[in-house]
Design a protein around this ligand. Structure first.
Ligand code: ARG
Length: 578
């Protein structure tokens, strides 16, 4: 790392004092100036009972970073480091030539990411958008820093919603479904949605219908467990077809959003593991009977609800499949960490599942060891201008398809010379994704097609445009006969500022990986793009004098590829021209 010389010098300087304080190098604060700052002198001064400013000056005088950085003292005793131009140019050249932008972590982990989480019966809505977008970005970021990542969609295909969907279909048919007729049913993603809504409405109004939906789920789950009664077999046949139809429909969304899943496993896939798991949990005293149901308490008091593991009718629930999925993933991937990229409103559900898994591991229940670190990478809601969750006129969560449609429409207004529609598509998705990724994932954000499509400000299209502009300059340089990029050089403060921003990107990627926050990369990419804009405003590029031009073109090329690598980690594609 290009900061290690400074860090070493600081450690050596601090080591001369009889108390132990670890110096920390941080980005400069607003009025600090310089490229980096170290505020640890304040702490050292406190322990040494010295005046911080005096101590800072003493240390600054003792540090020799000739050719690397100048050291100054500001404020109450901050050390500021200003990298030397020659050093910036050297590390820029080295970094640009390195095979990969980001160095791998010292200890790579096996990580499973659980994201997307669509359900058979329901159309993807605005809540799923965030899971797909953030989850895919996290997948790319964790891979980029060297972790071994498996992404799993955790398809919602085994709970009560399925029983309601079956109810909707059978009500429309007027009879219970027969395996023979399943292939002939007109099922599409849309009709499944309608059947589900119909079934759901019936259960809301009529307790008998609700019982029927529950019975459907139980009978399907029994079929899954190998029971051979005709009803079970018919339901399994219908379910298999519904799952296929639903997956085919969803795969289009997955493609549009550029998500990648190593496995398309669902809740149903872990069904075979459930009976043994429940038996072991019960033996360990972690699952107990309560009114005919089986529950797992996670706290002594009632500050948290128990995990419901089996209803009195014998059916399994959301928590049951989540726990069995932990067991399944341990057996398949021996993960160090499992990241759940799931809506924050499911916080209690996941928390109680994780707690029960921890208790199970501690009690030595089979299948739960070694228990990975279970992390909920939660996110807030997508809101409208008034701050309420974004929804349709009827007050239902807006459909993912409609959101993408709105973004596409806006993008087509903005991108006019687009022969195959590819640029508008890339711009629309970029706008959508960047708006989603550029705030702290835990807070909600406002879905505003107008603003997120803007070519100025913190938007996806602005960053895409920054890359396209670099590409266009490089093409022109290639054509005007004066030669293309040479070795990166620094001949103006604007060159230097740009280089320093680009050098900061790898650290931002690592931060994003540790904090599971793609925002860190959005910020770094935006800072590079604004430094590029300043450069265009302040210096000549193509008309720069010989000797300066090659170095600057190389710098631009490097900055452009840094932004495009950053966008790639966000799952955003860059059009060649815009
Ligand atoms: N299918 C769920 C939903 O739509 C999301 C699944 C999240 N993942 C999990 N392991 N629980 O709400």
């Amino acid at each position: 790392m290009y900061t290690s010389a400074i860090e070493k010098a600081l450690i050596a300087a601090f080591a001369k004092y009889p108390v132990s304080v670890t110096p920390v190098l941080s980005p400069p604060n607003k009025n600090g100036g310089g490229d980096f700052q170290c505020n640890s002198v304040l702490q050292l001064a406190g322990r040494m009972r010295m005046k911080p400013a005096d101590l800072a000056r003493e240390i600054a005088g003792a540090i020799d970073l000739t050719g690397i950085a100048d050291v100054t003292v500001t404020g109450p005793g901050y050390l500021n480091f200003i990298l030397a131009d020659g050093y910036v140019a050297t590390v820029a050249r080295e970094t640009a030539a390195a095979p990969s932008m980001v160095e791998p972590v010292a200890e790579p982990e096996a990580v499973v990411i659980d994201y997307g989480g669509p359900n058979i019966a329901k159309a993807l809505h605005v809540g799923h958008l965030r899971s797909f977008v953030i989850g895919e970005s996290l997948r790319r970021i964790l891979k980029a820093v060297g972790h071994k990542v498996v992404s799993d969609i955790h398809y919602g295909d085994w709970g009560l919603p399925i029983g309601k969907l079956v109810l909707g279909i059978e009500t429309a048919l007027g009879h219970e479904v027969d395996a023979e007729e399943v292939a002939g049913l007109d099922l599409t993603l849309d009709s499944l949605g309608e059947y589900y809504r119909a079934g759901n409405a019936l259960t809301n109004d009529d307790p008998a219908a609700y019982e029927k939906a529950k019975a459907n789920t139980v009978n399907l789950q029994k079929g899954g467990a190998g029971f051979m009664h005709l009803r079970h077999l018919n339901l399994v046949a219908l379910w298999t077809r519904m799952r296929e139809v639903s997956l085919a429909g969803i795969s289009q969304h997955i493609e549009t959003l550029g998500a990648h899943f190593d496995t398309l496993d669902g809740e149903s896939d872990v069904d075979p593991l459930i009976p043994a798991m429940l038996r072991s949990l019960a033996e360990a005293g972690l699952a107990v009977e309560s009114d005919g149901a089986l529950v797992g308490h996670v706290v002594e008091d009632d500050s948290l609800p128990p995990v419901l593991l089996r209803k009195s009718d014998g059916s399994y629930l959301y928590g049951t499949t989540d726990l069995a999925t932990i067991v399944d993933r341990i057996a398949k991937y021996a993960p160090d960490t499992v990241v759940y990229c799931v809506d924050g409103r499911q916080g209690v559900h996941l928390k109680t599942c994780f707690m029960l898994a921890e208790k199970a591991a501690a009690a030595g229940v089979e299948g739960f060891s070694p228990l990975p670190r279970l992390v909920h990478a939660d996110f807030g809601t997508v809101n409208d201008a008034s701050g309420k969750p974004y929804s349709t006129r009827e007050g239902k969560p807006a459909l993912l398809e409609d959101l993408i449609g709105e973004a596409l429409e806006k993008a087509r207004e903005v991108i006019t010379d687009d022969t195959d529609g590819e640029t508008a598509r890339k711009v629309a998705i970029a706008a959508l994704k960047f708006a989603d990724l550029s705030t702290d994932r835990r807070s909600g954000y406002v879905f505003d097609p107008e603003r997120m499509m803007s070519f100025t400000g913190r938007t996806g299209p602005y960053l895409q445009y920054a890359c396209a502009r670099v590409n266009s300059l490089l093409r022109k340089a290639d054509e005007d006969g004066r030669g293309g990029p040479g070795d990166i050089a620094i001949s103006h403060p604007a060159d230097r500022d740009l280089a320093v921003e680009v050098l900061g990107l790898p650290a931002a990627v690592h931060r994003a990986a540790v904090e599971l926050q793609p925002k860190a990369i959005c910020d770094a990419a935006y800072d590079i793009a604004t430094a590029l804009s300043r450069l265009y405003a302040e210096v000549e590029i193509l008309r720069a004098p010989d000797g300066e031009r090659e170095g600057r073109l190389a710098l631009l090329k490097w900055a452009g590829s840094a932004i495009s690598s950053a966008l790639d980690l966000l799952g955003i594609e860059v059009p060649e021209r815009m």
